[in-house]
Design a protein around this ligand. Sequence first.
Ligand SMILES: NC(=O)c1ccc[n+]([C@@H]2O[C@H](COP(=O)([O-])OP(=O)(O)OC[C@H]3O[C@@H](n4cnc5c(N)ncnc54)[C@H](O)[C@@H]3O)[C@@H](O)[C@H]2O)c1
Length: 358
Amino acid sequence: MPHRIGIIGAGGIAQLHAQTAAKVGLEVAAVCDIDEDRAKQLAGQYNGAIATNSHAALLEMSDVSAVAIATPTSTHKPLAIAALQAGKDVLLEKPMAINGGECDEIIDAAQRADRLLQMGFVCRVAPASRAVKRFIDAGRLGRIYHAKATLYRRRGIPGLGRWFTTKRESGGGVLMDLGVHLLDLVLYLTGHPKPTRVCAACTSTFGSPIEKYTYDEMWAGPPNPKGVFDVEDAITALIHFDNGMSLELNTTWAADVPNGIYRDGVLLLGDKGGCFFDLWSNEVILTAQQDGYLVDTKPSLPPGDAWAAAWQRQYEVFAENLDQRKAPEASATDGRAVQRLLDALYRSAESGCEVQLG
Ligand SMILES: NC(=O)c1ccc[n+]([C@@H]2O[C@H](COP(=O)([O-])OP(=O)(O)OC[C@H]3O[C@@H](n4cnc5c(N)ncnc54)[C@H](O)[C@@H]3O)[C@@H](O)[C@H]2O)c1
């Protein structure tokens, strides 16, 4: 019997959750959204799936054993805790919650309920990330002493004036949305070193006034001119770790970055070799000294849509974990570790000072 899952939240990314869940053989049994029309629209694509605007109603369905939570960040804690207490396993979208304290409460609920909680850190399972992880594990980079993660969107503020740009609902801007993926990815690839001190600068330049923002496309709803924009649209940060590694993070939702000047991706520098990879163009470059020359090699990765492949892998792993009752590698404790780092980066940006971590 396939696992029957419920999707909570039927907005932009929920479509991909439902599609991929079905693709790997999970049965989409129910969809919940406070906007019932959205729930109906998504549920209507899956034979027999029930639509509801009440998460409590979905969680009462005894034949639904797991849920994916794809709602605004401020709802992650209450929904995840309710789902775990109802005995469901959970795939929880990033970021895990608004802050590290909320993550503690979710972890406590997961432990008490003895349920699985997998974080939606989909970038870890992109084909390029998986290849790089294998190279690192095989010792090809040696000791990694520096990482640089970059993702510059020129005009990519999601749902301007809606929940993504309202701090109360999102917890923050581009750092919570894109930075969380990059930080988790680097922490995962480098073996989760402990951050010791951080320094960050956040700016908020393009989202206000909302009606003046020029863009090509927007997801999570069209701009709401009467809405709120009280989060950062750019962050630059430097993080030091207990193993001597440093990490430079640069990410923007919006910036006038000249086209083609910077390449988005992750650079890792080790004492045996370096590596650059771009998650979505499926490219990895490994650099090392060989026979007196500095050699760049480009391993060939499986062709195809890297984004779709990452999602498929994320759901294959979720299905395997459900089958085998296996603790997820993308764990809640990893979710909390990255969240604590986000908290520290915001403290540094607000105070203008370096923040030391215990
Ligand atoms: N993994 C990724 O790459 C990725 C990409 C996009 C979004 N996300 C994450 O997914 C989540 C949702 O983002 P989105 O882009 O789909 O946003 P969205 O605004 O498009 O959709 C959110 C949906 O949740 C519904 N909702 C709000 N509160 C609810 C509640 N209490 N119960 C049920 N439904 C509720 C809204 O009505 C809306 O339909 C966020 O956590 C976001 O960070 C992850």
